[in-house]
Write a protein that binds this ligand. Sequence first.
Ligand code: IPD
Ligand code: CA
Ligand code: CA
Length: 261
Amino acid sequence: MIEIEPTLTAAIEVARTAGAILRQGFGRERTIEYKGEVNLVTEYDRRAEALIVSALQERFPDHRVIGEEGSDTGPEESPYSWLIDPLDGTTNFAHRFPVFAVSIALLERGEGLVGVVFDPTRDELFAAGAGLGARLNDEPISVSQTAELDKSLLATGFAYDRRTAADNNVGNLARFVRRCQGIRRAGAAALDLAYVACGRLDGFWEMGLHPWDVAAGTLLVREAGGRATDLAGDEDYPSGRRIVASNGLIHQQMLDVLRTP
Ligand code: IPD
Ligand code: CA
Ligand code: CA
């Protein structure tokens, strides 16, 4: 059995250290490589991941640790897996657009136990532990009270296969833009979810995400009183790639829009 509070404290420490590396690197000369046509990676994605993986391995040698940039260490059969996005918002980072974060989550057999999203630019640390609620810089947070989609501020994003995929989210954007107060595309899904958790956004949806993008953020949303599901309303996320997260009150309204042909 894992004690959640000290594990969360360890995850926070690691996220802050990785965030300091990103802050140092932001705006400096750097190497940009392409993983795909529009999918970038910088030396800071790799440096932050290496730091996080070694810090977690040292503290939790029995746990599996999986990172976006290729890390997969620790015993495969472990019930505990860490899912890491060392730099969520790489395109922003590479263009010097100051919206990016470190995302670290611990899952027990697929269930979120601990989630941390750290925005080093604003020094905002979002943290959640299963059953412990969600916090922003140590203050409890909760989702918004907006009950109508018509009055809501939403966020979304577009996956890296958007130039070729038929299901590239552009149709959904056109539908939602007529139904809500505003839509933001800030470029870091983990932060979008953290913003739903603290009520800055009422809802978020995206079609082509990976478990490391959403593992911490979905725990934040749930612990802050909101809902995170796939497009069918199934709570078994982050196994799916399509996500709808909200304050709960507008969730069904969002699902209805997404199901409109
Ligand atoms: C991306 C960001 C972006 C989202 C993409 C993600 P990355 O993650 O979260 O907001 O729209 O789908 O892949 O590549 O910057 O870690
Ligand atoms: Ca990401
Ligand atoms: Ca990333």
